[in-house]
Design a protein around this ligand. Structure first.
Ligand SMILES: NC(=O)c1ccc[n+]([C@@H]2O[C@H](COP(=O)([O-])OP(=O)(O)OC[C@H]3O[C@@H](n4cnc5c(N)ncnc54)[C@H](OP(=O)(O)O)[C@@H]3O)[C@@H](O)[C@H]2O)c1
Length: 333
């Protein structure tokens, strides 16, 4: 099968389009013929080697986390899925590789594709939607009437998180550049801060939850917009000791993570707020809930650009530039 392979770590290292053997199918896997693959910043961070400690992939390997496609074969213990099903998924860590014609996916990690979505639209959803779900529903337990600040509302995570938070009944504040103000308003954002002309810390007060996706300076300022008892959930670091425990990190890494996150944890404690780092995981059950939101028209996909398979490197470069409005997708088939 044809696949885009990373043969060596490196910033801007081009993926090589090569023929790869068909990956083996485990008993609890389904084999998905890939129609479209979503592109994420995680792909470019893995390519540069930034994630080597957390996700120690050994090159050569196929990159790509988000997939939409058709089931062509099922493993011996698969009970629900069958050939012909149209599905989507965030591939499990250490079993990624959606920039390819075929991918085995654990049945427990996938869901039926929302009916009204094209394959490209479906492929844009899993990683960012699960991130928003795991931050706002699972961890923050966001309630009706609460106030949430979602940074970078025009990005992949932000465009879904705003819609999910509105569905949960929260008041949503977000930041974006001047050109994307109308987009985030159309998604339901109640308070829109143009980060080019305004400081969010001058505008927002007494928030229950902040979803931080930006740099450490932004993280520090985010503490100040929370009320006592509020939650600061960061998806852009620094990792915290709970995360290091969760991934069973070696002792030296646990220590490094403790030291790295100690300033923000200390400041958070002093203000009576909770700091935690989130690294999203594949989850078929949650993805099924997300399918229902699309099927009911509660949320919609936001796609910036679709690239042909041959231009997977260009798609990665486009995402890396940091200006995407919503998601970037590659059509594989
Ligand atoms: N830990 C996890 O599980 C996890 C999961 C998903 C993502 N992430 C991380 O979360 C971050 C966001 O991911 P993403 O996929 O949503 O990114 P993205 O789609 O690439 O974000 C691009 C958007 O960010 C906006 N933006 C850029 N700088 C901004 C700023 N200073 N303030 C507000 N908005 C700004 C841009 O709007 P303008 O063009 O108007 O500037 C653009 O629309 C990344 O660091 C990613 O790696 C982590």
């Amino acid at each position: 099968m044809k696949a885009f392979v990373l043969d060596r770590y490196g910033k801007e290292r081009a993926l090589q389009l090569t023929d790869m053997p068909m990956p083996p199918l485990r008993d609890d896997d389904v084999l998905v013929q890939v129609h479209a693959a979503g592109v994420n910043l995680l792909d470019s961070k893995i390519r540069s080697g930034e994630f080597k400690l957390i996700l120690p992939y050994r090159p050569p390997f196929i990159l790509g986390h988000d997939v939409a496609g058709t089931v062509v074969q099922v493993g011996a213990s698969v009970r629900q899925s069958k050939a012909g099903d149209e599905v989507y998924a965030r591939a499990d860590d250490f079993r990624i590789g959606t920039f390819a014609e075929f991918l085995p996916v654990k049945e427990a990690s996938l869901a039926l594709k929302p009916e009204g979505l094209t394959m490209e639209e479906a492929a844009s959803v899993p990683l960012v939607a699960l991130t928003a779900w795991q931050a706002l529903v699972e961890r923050a337990r966001l309630q009706k009437g609460q106030k949430v600040f979602i940074q970078a509302g025009s990005g992949g995570v932000g465009t879904f998180a705003i819609q999910l938070a509105k569905h949960l009944g929260a008041t949503v504040a977000t930041t974006t550049g001047t050109g994307n103000v109308a987009l985030v308003k159309s998604l339901g954002a109640d308070v829109v801060i143009d980060y080019k002309t305004q400081n969010f810390e001058d505008v927002l007060r007494d928030y229950d939850v902040v979803l931080n996706s930006q740099d450490s300076k932004t993280l520090g300022k985010s503490l100040r917009v929370l009320k006592a008892g509020g939650k600061l959930i960061s998806i852009s670091g620094p990792p915290d000791p709970d995360f290091a425990r969760e991934i069973d990190a070696p002792a030296y890494m646990k220590l490094a993570v403790r030291l790295l996150s100690s300033p923000v944890r200390r400041k958070a404690r002093a203000r009576g707020v909770d700091y935690s780092f989130l690294f999203m995981k594949a989850n078929g059950g949650q993805l099924r809930e997300i399918t229902r939101l699309f099927d009911r028209g509660v949320v919609r996909p936001v796609i910036d650009r679709v690239f042909p398979f041959e231009q997977t490197n260009e798609a990665l470069a486009y995402v890396e530039a940091g200006r995407a409005k919503g998601k970037v997708v590659v059509t594989v088939r």
